[in-house]
Design a protein around this ligand. Sequence first.
Ligand SMILES: [Fe+2]
Ligand SMILES: [Fe+2]
Length: 301
Amino acid sequence: MKHASFAFSGAAGLTHDRIEPDNPFFAVFGEALAMTVSDLFSAADACLMLDDPDEKVAQTCAAARHWRAGELSLQNGAPPTAIGEPGRPGQPQLVSPRQLPRRSLHTPEGHAALIHAIAHIEFNAINLAWDAVYRFRDMPRAFYDDWVQVADEEAYHFGLVRDHLRGLGFDYGDFAAHNGLWEMAQKTAFDPLVRMALVPRVLEARGLDVTPGIMKKLAAHGDHAAVAVLEIIFRDEVGHVKIGSRWFHYLCTQRGVEAKETFRQLFDQYMNGRSKGPLHRSARLAAGFSEDELDYLQGVG
Ligand SMILES: [Fe+2]
Ligand SMILES: [Fe+2]
């Protein structure tokens, strides 16, 4: 298990002595700081590798704040290490998607299992965002602004969903989960263009398609608190997919490749050209998909 043991000490000379007592970083770690972090890539790596969800959320929030305050540099002499396993708690147990039982929403366990599945997505999304920051160097500063913001919002989402799950008498780790999101991070670690195409523009975009249906189900079940959480998540996720679209297009332009054709080729290669279910066209359009791309995705559905 990896525990937090780093502080931020950035270009502005910030040290933990100067962190206000109400700073979440200070609150969580107090004086027990073993390592100083002054660049964004080290901060991203540290957040990525934290196992404990509460620590990961608190440090993500602190790192985002330090980045926004201009206290972390983009200077790091060490190249990114090969992608491995991110920090995660011992539970949930990770199984293949086929081993996940189908449960009815009409039992307490089934209801909690659905909320748990969302919590698991959000937990993974924190790691995915930090990995994009950590791994892809030499991108414009705005790329890091965007992905730090995504990490921060995913941490917020995870906290909201976990709180709700606790209110139902369960917690993160109580149900098995699958590792599909991180497996896609591993498959796309070699190239930011491929990562932007496949993670935000395929996996997160799929969330836009299915979230309204889940909200409907939960509303019918009377879980209006979960619906309110999903409304926040849905709004932010349109932004995440849009960020993916922005950087996918940026990288296509930089390399002189045609974006629409490149996306199609990558979709065919990584998703076997198969799209699942109806698309939320208006949300996807707002998130940077073109009508042509949506026609293509609908056609292969
Ligand atoms: Fe999220
Ligand atoms: Fe997201």
